[in-house]
Write a protein that binds this ligand. Structure first.
Ligand code: UTP
Length: 293
């Protein structure tokens, strides 16, 4: 019987060291791109793709994420009294957006461990994983594209995109065997290959559809690159017992996991906002002219 993907895991228990000290007391997933926390973009993509239940893996100091997706009674009453109905709508939207559940990863032992922590919620079904480090703008939501491929193949589908040669060491990289349009059969999945050794420039981009057999390998809790339990290592083992495909998804991907990417994304999203774009462009023009003088 065909099983469709209804559940998604969003791991959000990392330490966010690249944004310290901002992330000392605040989850990096709550850093806003213009007026929305990054994690809300991810939840919206999951919902737009047809996901019904989301489990967010949280950790120490991550309460703000739960508060963000909860009702805010006093704030809502205050906005109502002051007639700020557009803001009220935005505030209420984030608490009604989806069925969101939470589980805590007791220690940040790596992405593979974070996904493993949510295994009881998944049971025996294929499921999605979305990482908050990548925001994707696409006509068909990125996750939906992977779900479409899963519906055809019933296999695990890993979202990838091309990166520059000198960036491959920052990503999980695939070693493709055959290509059929955007879909690749994969020989190996390699986590953060050393510079100059990457088998391709196709990098894993934080969107996955996985079959539940992945938990057989996550159960092993094998320590990988960086001393962490890596999801990529478990995917490689899964690929040895059943087909795992990579899908070069369509859409523009924004890397909000590091400082430069975060600033660039903020600028691009602000320029897409009619209420900000002309003033921001004028400001940037002045800034560039002053830099050149
Ligand atoms: P990252 O390595 O990008 O996130 O992990 P990080 O560890 O928070 O950030 P830096 O590198 O220290 O700046 C990718 C995703 O996996 C989650 C993170 O929250 C992020 O969404 N993650 C990572 C966990 O949930 N648990 C972990 O133990 C590690």
């Amino acid at each position: 019987m065909k099983k469709t993907v209804k559940k998604a895991i969003i791991p959000a228990a990392g330490l966010g060291t690249r944004f310290l000290p901002a992330t000392k007391a605040m989850p990096k997933e709550m850093l806003p791109i213009v007026d929305k926390p990054t994690i809300q973009y991810i939840v919206e993509e999951a919902v737009a793709s047809g996901i019904e239940d989301i489990i967010i893996v949280t950790g120490k100091g991550k309460r703000a994420i739960e508060d963000h997706f909860d009702n805010a009674f006093e704030l809502e009453q205050n906005l109502l009294k002051r007639g700020k109905l557009d803001l009220l709508e935005k505030v209420q939207f984030s608490s009604n957006i989806a069925n969101i559940h939470y589980i805590r990863q007791k220690e940040p032992k790596g992405l593979g461990h974070a996904v493993w922590s949510a295994r009881k919620f998944i049971e025996d079904e294929p499921f999605a994983v979305l990482l908050g480090d990548d925001i994707v703008q696409a006509d068909t939501p990125c996750l939906r594209q992977l779900m479409n491929e899963h519906e055809k193949t019933q296999a695990s589908i890993i979202g990838v995109q091309q990166v520059h040669e000198d960036e491959t060491e920052r990503y999980g990289i695939i070693d493709p065997i055959t290509q059929n349009g955007r879909l690749y059969q994969v020989r190996n999945f390699v986590e953060k290959p050393e510079s100059g050794t990457a088998p391709s420039r196709l990098a894993i981009m934080g969107r996955y559809i996985l079959t539940p057999q992945i938990f057989m390998f996550l159960d092993e809790q094998q320590i990988g690159t960086g001393g962490e339990i890596q999801l990529t290592d478990a995917i490689q083992k899964l690929n040895e017992i059943q087909r795992v495909f990579a899908y070069d998804f369509d859409g523009k991907r924004y890397d909000v996991g590091d400082q430069l990417g975060f600033i660039q994304t903020t600028l691009e999203f602000a320029l897409q906002d009619e209420s900000l774009s002309s003033s921001l462009l004028a400001f940037m023009d002045r800034l560039i002219v002053n830099k050149r003088v």
